[in-house]
Design a protein around this ligand. Structure first.
Ligand code: NAD
Length: 338
């Protein structure tokens, strides 16, 4: 089977190579079709997200992606935002669960963050009105709002989840989140067998910090979803820098294409040092295998990751170990067979 591989930059090549090794060790034959993006593509082609990369994903439908750096406030627009918009990858799914063997103050986290991926403040509609005054448009359309909430309910239904929490700020952003909330309520009506609740996003942050165990599926607009994903990752993380970022996988789904990637970024502070934790990308590859009908191999990877964390051998610094990307990858591969 052919799957597009975007290595990205920073720690991207290190962690995606680790994921490819783990996938190969399951026995699933994947013919990786490499596609450029990020700093190497910008240097080589003068374009960080070449059109041919989008074309390859359109052809093969599925991609595994490493993180790509976005310079702050200048240069090119976020590759990730452009990729999600260009391929209509409207839903970002990030399962955040406590991993056995990783000691955190929270023991029972098992939630899924579903984020609208194409609109909101990340729609990229910004302009300077006059020097010193800029405006960003917070785009909400009925179609996209209903689509993402329905996606969250369908996910809950298929995964046996009991509760969907819609996070918003409709009391302040009366028009934009008012519309989103109205859409969420209308869609929730179609799923009387799944519990629905609506909560202001600031309350959600407070409750996540106090006791995240009550949350199940959370659905929200783009910016809130970006922030809540990292917050949730921090709840399940190890003692080292980066918290749980090295553990949380992710997937971006559209109606035709799917791109699997970790929540974390390119981690330029540790790039090239061999310290990157590959688990988030390895678990993203497991989600990818499930998506292409190789769920058993994906489940084997997930079990191997759990065994590796429980054994505590070869772990990277973020997990409190002194191992490297290579040592932890070798442990995961070893534990595949156990
Ligand atoms: P980051 O996630 O790259 O790093 C935050 C912290 O977590 C750093 O201390 C880093 O060392 C640590 N960390 C992250 N992943 C780790 C891993 N796998 N193992 C061990 N430690 C890990 O966030 P940032 O520094 O804010 O972003 C860096 C760049 O990445 C920015 O240009 C940003 O735009 C980009 N980014 C890309 C994506 C993506 O491609 N999907 C996502 C987020 C950020």
């Amino acid at each position: 089977m052919q799957i597009v591989l975007i290595e990205g930059d920073g720690i991207g090549p290190e962690v995606t190579q680790a994921a490819c090794r783990v996938v190969a060790a399951t026995g699933v034959k994947v013919d990786w079709v490499k596609a450029p993006a990020g700093i190497p593509a910008a240097t080589q082609f003068g374009e960080p997200l070449p059109e041919e990369t989008l074309e390859m994903i359109r052809r093969y439908r599925v991609a595994l992606k490493g993180p790509c750096t976005t310079p702050v406030g200048k240069g090119y627009r976020s590759i990730n935002v452009r990729l999600r918009q260009g391929l209509e990858l409207f839903a970002s799914v990030r399962p955040v669960n406590t991993m056995p063997g990783v000691k955190t103050p929270y023991e029972k986290v098992d939630l899924i963050v579903v984020r609208e991926n194409t609109e909101g403040l990340y729609a990229g509609l910004e302009h300077e009105v006059v020097p010193g005054v800029v405006e960003s448009v917070r785009l909400v359309t009925r179609g996209a709002a209903e689509r993402i909430v329905r996606f969250a309910f369908e996910l809950a239904r298929h995964r046996g989840r009991k509760l969907v929490t819609f996070c918003h700020k409709a009391d302040v952003m009366r028009l934009s989140d008012g519309l989103f909330l109205e859409c969420a309520r209308a869609v929730a009506d179609d799923y009387p067998f799944i519990q629905f609740e609506e909560k202001p996003v600031d309350n959600v942050c407070l409750e996540l910090a106090m006791d995240p165990s009550g949350f199940d599926v959370l659905v929200m607009e783009n910016l809130f979803g970006d922030v809540i994903s990292d917050l949730a990752a921090g709840l399940i993380g190890g003692p080292g820098p980066g918290g749980g970022l090295g553990l949380v996988p992710g997937a971006n789904f559209g109606t035709r294409y799917a791109v699997f990637e970790a929540v974390h970024g390119s981690a330029p502070d540790i790039a090239g040092k061999g310290w990157a934790n590959p688990i988030a990308v390895v678990r993203s590859a497991a989600l990818m295998l499930e998506h292409v009908g190789r769920g058993e191999a994906g489940a084997r990877i997930e079990r191997a990751v759990i065994r590796t964390l429980q054994a505590g051998v070869g772990l990277t610094r973020d997990l409190g170990g002194d191992g490297t990307t290579t040592t932890i990858t070798e442990q995961i591969i070893k534990n595949l067979g156990a």
